[in-house]
Design a protein. Sequence first.
Length: 824
Amino acid sequence: MNHIVKRIGILTGVFAAALCVFFLANNRWNSGQDQAVYMDMEAASLPSITVQMLGRDMNRLYGYRQEMNTTAAGENLTILPEDRALTVDITGGGVTGISYEVRSMDRARLVERTEVSDWQQTQQGIAATLPIQNLLTKEREYQLIIQLDTENYGSVYYYTRILWTDSAQHARDMVDLAADFSIKTFDYEQAKSLTTYLETSPSEDNSTFGHTSIHSSFSQLTWGKLNMQPEGNVEIRLKELDGVMCGVQLSYQAKRQGDGAEETYEVEEDFTLKWNELRIYMMQYDRTVNQIFAGDRSEYSGKRILLGITQDDRVELVKSAGGKTLAYRVNRDLWSFEPEDRRAVRIFSFRDDDSTDVRSNYDHHDVRILSVEDDGDVDFLVYGYMNRGNHEGENGIAGYHYTAAGNALEERYFIPYSGSYEQLAADLDCLATQTAGGMLYLYVDHAIYGIDMNSRENMVVADSLTDGTFAVSTDKKRIAWQEGTLYESRILHLMDLETGENREVRASDGEYVRTLGFVGRDLVYGTSREDDIWLVNGRTENLPMYSVRIINDQMEEETSYGKSGTYISEVTVDESRIHLKRVTKTGPHTYADSPEDTIVCNVDLGHGKLEGIGWYASPEKERVYFVELAQELKGGRSIRFQAPKRVSFEQSDRLELKSNAQLSDMEFYAYGSGHLLKVTSDFSEALQLAYDQMGVVTDKDRNILWNRVKRGNIRNIRDPQSAFAPLARHLDTFTESQVYENENLVVLNARGSSLAQMLYFIDQGIPVAGYMGEGQYLILCGFDQYNVTVFDPQSGELYKAGLNDSTEYFRVRGNDFICAVNLR
């Protein structure tokens, strides 16, 4: 009997131990201790650099193992101390040498190259002082390139803009305000002092914590019922300093206790501030919050996978053809779920088990899903800055294939890219698709490339593409582009990416064709006549079209639009509706506005960007996003959680994308709320985007051309004729915005901007030509709260006109403005 009891006891112990192991294995994801969740990818090891400025350690710089262009290299602005001796702190080992270069913003002129021979070891790493020489001009930006020689990676480069300025104290006051504002939002009582900065509006969306602005409610600003608390260090970056205007960005993690598990969030706050002698004004404030999807079992519930608080552009779902595998992107991480097998896989993430490592958490990358198969295989891109792994410190596009059967991840190719992450993201958002036949098509830097995934060979499908000269179908399977310029194209190409078939639409003699967009898979294009060019004050305004046609896959016409005596000047495609701006001809090259019209199309638009993604209103968390499931999950305890066992780089090819793209038009960069908003050849479009975000417009070398915030209340240019002379000598030949390098001058076509927006130039001592019609213009050379000062070059008269009356006067004449800006 004792023997039987003993055997039962042993078996009971074994069974209990097995149960213990089972429950521990099942719950390790909830405790965050399961190392299998992380891919076999090397931890981030490149040093990072912070700068001692404005009384803080800030402007963290991440290392690049390749040369970056000016746009990518100029995201942060570093303020030099009065003696220009800049102290930097280097975190991370293996540094064997330190040197730096100071260059002009266009990199054409080397100002200084110095090797730093003396630095100190600290508990955190290395402290070094860069003894920047007295070769700089105050109030002028330069580019600083710090080079670290390392044991394992060779030379690594760190980029920042630098400024030696008399406004350092003003900048410090504004940075201090931003930091103080941020921390007070977590304390309801302390936050009451912040109400003086708010501009609460009843029209603002207060239904989501994903985005909070200066117009949000006080409850929204102070986190409502979330009980959110900041966690770890706050990374502070100075984005802009232009006189009294300052742009500051804060990023950090925050945590709260959720239903059964602690939740971690990434928070970014962007401030646009304006200093004056009495107080600092907050011109713009934006806070974005994105929950880190942890994959806890509690997040798999009912017919939902709960993704948490985030934003529309941070989530994406792609289903396999049979619906057996769901792949979803959430806040830069890629997951898959197989409902029948109850198997969840975190396929890709740069995050590691050290949630405080700023290098792994750096947010200048994202994931794009290319294809999902029923067997669980997934093809996808990782693009931007590579936080860790084989390409740590490189910027570009990595193509991966996940094999579900072997639970393995294979990198197949890497494409280096020297531009900024935000530029690359905008390009790939336009086109990044993989066909069933294994062809990858990408739009990068004004060109469309086709890459054969089997041979790794690539070709240029089309290049020298600009806004309005090409279009991509809703399903990303058809593209159209035109040869020539926006208004002068004889041939339009239509290509089916799945089949590779390329067809042409040719204009008749004396006519041009123009790409206008897609309705679903149907192409919309327009036809115009050479003689119908629209001229305003001697410059091309448009080439109105006499007809608009819609053709299907078989090049058959579905519908057309054209009315005698009426022309179409602009077309906007909005899902199944085509909006037409119309004009009537009033002379050989003149037109007048006519009532707008709309074409409604009955077509299949396919899947939307948020297909399969839903959200519900939570009493505490407000808008909570989720993945929609076809079948209900009865609890997440039986779900198997995995991550790839290994990452393979052995078969990866390094691809170079090269085209012969040559753009004749100048490009403008609109910045606002700490981010690049758009790159465009239309100065007025860039200005309007920056205007809405209290931002700036720059050229490719980060020279500020326009700033909404930096403007006084009164200004008069004493000698308007002399100040106008640099522009006057180019007016007769001027057609579009252009740089005159030998004069260090850029002439801007600001047609379409408002008079109020032109006052910035006058405030900077730059007179503006405002056209009255028939090629005649007035010189705007001063303003106050009520008037604008005008010089008439025909009569020589200098006079004041009411600001409101002048605004209307120029508006009805097309707001046709030109000015010339000296590049520093």
